[in-house]
Design a protein around this ligand. Structure first.
Ligand code: SF4
Length: 237
């Protein structure tokens, strides 16, 4: 059995199991993992993970400096159209030159290239302030929608959106269901991320924090119906 067959089989099994999973609510064609996306609070704010005094010990342990970021072919195609302009921002061109490219291909798929520090080649530090994603920065500077260019995984993190034959699962990174879908991933890497360990009384449900992403990817009407139903059920979204 090939790796692709294996993944398809895993997706079929997990999506079948969702129908009777007590942690999951089905609304139309969307399954929502309640513990992973509503009970779980997050606080992602600019630079919290990189520069806040309180979290200084976590410097270097952020999504953009820790993970191998997987890419879809579409991500590579979209980025290829703008990469020459993004390379002009600060040291990004040099980082890409040093890495001999901004993406790579291996037996497990396509990935964003890293700097020697482990950070993504597109993560760059302005003279003042915390490191920024220069794809995001380039899009905002040009008045464009950053989601049209930035890799989907980066936009969604720490949310995890899986699709199987027109059905969607909305879950969280490192959740039981995400790990069932993607056996390569491990929960350990993210357990100390500042955004996922908000202080008591701080933070929003993951699904609320990332609802613009979900609206963008699932469509306003479909996402509106999901939110409406969750509210009727008494969930704080
Ligand atoms: S593309 Fe941007 S958001 Fe994604 S890992 Fe690189 S710097 Fe971070």
């Amino acid at each position: 059995m090939t790796q692709v067959d294996d993944q398809e089989k895993r997706y079929e099994e997990v999506f079948r199991s969702l129908k009777t999973d007590p942690d999951v609510v089905k609304i139309g064609y969307v399954y929502v993992d309640i513990p992973a996306t509503i009970d779980r609070l997050v606080a992602c704010s600019d630079g919290l993970c990189m520069s806040s005094r309180k979290f200084k010990k976590l410097k270097g342990k952020t999504c953009c400096t820790t993970f191998n970021v997987p890419l879809e072919t579409e991500d590579v195609e979209r980025l290829a159209c703008i990469v020459d302009e993004v390379k002009e921002i600060r040291d990004v061109g040099k980082a890409i030159e040093k890495a001999e490219g901004w993406w790579r291909h291996d037996e497990d798929g396509l990935w964003l290239e890293d700097r020697p520090s482990g950070a993504c080649v597109f993560l760059s530090v302005p003279p003042e302030g915390p490191p920024l994603c220069t794809i995001h920065e380039w899009a905002l500077t040009n008045g464009l929608e950053f989601r049209d260019y930035k890799p989907e995984t980066c936009c969604l993190f720490p949310l995890y959106l899986a699709e199987q034959e027109n059905e969607y699962l909305v879950t969280g990174y490192g959740s039981r269901l995400m790990l069932a879908l993607d056996e390569e991933e491990s929960e350990d890497e993210i357990e100390n991320f500042a955004c996922l360990c908000p202080a008591p009384g701080v933070g929003k449900p993951l699904l609320v924090e990332q609802q613009q992403e979900l609206e963008y990817r699932l469509g306003k009407d479909r996402w509106g119906r999901v939110l409406g139903r969750l509210r009727e059920m008494g969930h704080p979204v």
